[in-house]
Write a protein that binds this ligand. Structure first.
Ligand SMILES: Cc1ncc(COP(=O)(O)O)c(C=O)c1O
Length: 360
């Protein structure tokens, strides 16, 4: 049988492992931070109407500039943004890949504070750039001073700041973003995939965009918008930054059907986002119950909770799996990560965990 070793693969890709969160068909899937609430019926039928219209023109290539969608994102984000400062892709992963293609590459580096989103190193390496991991405090927080020092020392071409951070849920102060921007000569990306789950009064890095042409703020419809399967992510930055991304995107990268679905979903933003408060409630319930069970949950501003104090994460993961519940072993010693589900899913997880008694 042919193996990768038999193929003329790029040397720098040899030995890498692809992204591979399990996609097991379990009744309670709380492992990839999706929004487990389905799109409401009324919104689904509104989206379908728009897709039906787009389908009639699907013999033609779509609007390469996805103008209506960019206008929709500008309006949703507010902060005085206009469509010329917006970019989008098939998931924020693709948007991040465009950044790595435009600003990274062989001989260049991307930097992030570990542990952080597992796709950052993979996207970086996929473009031939080198991933450099910085460090956090034991509770995963970062001060502006230490962050700036590490970035200045590493001198990367791209800095990826995950806010709030995945897989830890840790909030990131805007003072850290400002300090890192000052300390770097490369582009600074604040990945706000989970921003909608942060406290309402927590300011976004969008407030820092004016006057900082190397700064970009990325978002996704996969989480709060319950749109993970549609694959839509987006970004706000200076118009020149957007022009850089145009150089590397494939023509017509956002299909007419994706554009139609996303525009219709944005039109229904209020209904689509109605579940955010309920999810935050379940997240806080998870934190409180885990504490009561003797685990050590970390503060989370996202839709998931990382918890320590697990004596044998692999065994606990398997016991939960056997009870029909999928959580994530993110490879941090003594820890597991769980996504806040519906009330019923969350109850199922908490009851199952209580029955296992695996707190150390
Ligand atoms: C921090 C972070 N950024 C980006 C993404 C990618 O999301 P998507 O490509 O679905 O927009 C994820 C997904 O889990 C994430 O956790």
């Amino acid at each position: 049988m042919t193996s990768l070793d038999d193929l003329p693969l790029r040397d720098d890709l040899r030995g890498l492992t692809p992204y591979g969160a399990p996609q097991a068909p379990l009744p309670v899937a709380l492992n990839v931070n999706e929004n487990t609430h389905p799109v409401p019926d009324a919104v689904a039928s509104d989206i379908l109407d728009d897709i039906a219209v787009a389908l009639r023109d699907v013999n033609r290539y779509p609007d390469r500039e996805f103008t209506t969608l960019r206008e929709g994102f500008a309006e949703y984000l507010g902060h005085g943004l206009s469509a010329d400062r917006i970019w989008a892709g098939n998931g924020s992963n693709e948007v991040l890949q465009h950044i790595a293609q435009a600003f990274g590459g062989p001989g260049r580096t991307a930097f992030g504070f570990a542990p952080t989103y597992s796709m950052y190193p993979l996207i970086t390496q996929g473009t031939g750039s080198t991933w450099v991991a910085g460090t956090r405090q034991p509770d995963y927080t970062l001060s502006a001073e230490e962050a700036a020092e590490q970035v200045a020392a590493a001198d990367p071409d791209i800095v990826l700041l995950c806010s709030p951070n995945n897989p830890t849920g840790t909030p990131l102060g805007l003072d850290v973003v400002e300090a890192v921007y000052e300390a770097s000569r490369g582009v600074v990306v604040v990945d706000e995939a989970y921003q909608e789950f942060a406290p309402r009064d927590a300011p976004s890095a969008l407030t820092l965009l004016d006057g900082r042409p190397r700064l970009a703020v990325s978002r996704t419809m996969s989480k709060a918008f319950a749109f993970a399967g549609a694959r839509v992510g987006y970004l706000a930055a200076d118009p020149a930054f957007i022009d850089a991304l145009r150089l590397v995107r494939l023509p017509y990268h956002l299909s007419a059907l994706t554009q139609a679905a996303a525009v219709a979903a944005l039109r229904n933003a209020e209904t689509m986002l109605a579940m955010v408060d309920e999810i935050v409630e379940q997240r806080d319930r998870i934190t409180a119950t885990l504490e009561a069970l003797g685990y050590a949950p970390h503060e989370s501003w996202s839709n998931f909770v990382l918890f320590g104090g697990v004596s044998d994460p692999k065994a606990t993961w398997q016991s939960l799996y056997d009870k029909g519940i999928l959580v994530r072993d993110v490879g941090i010693a003594g820890h597991l990560r769980v996504t806040a589900g519906t009330e019923a899913e969350t109850t199922a997880f908490l009851d199952a965990l209580a029955s296992i008694e695996s707190a150390s």
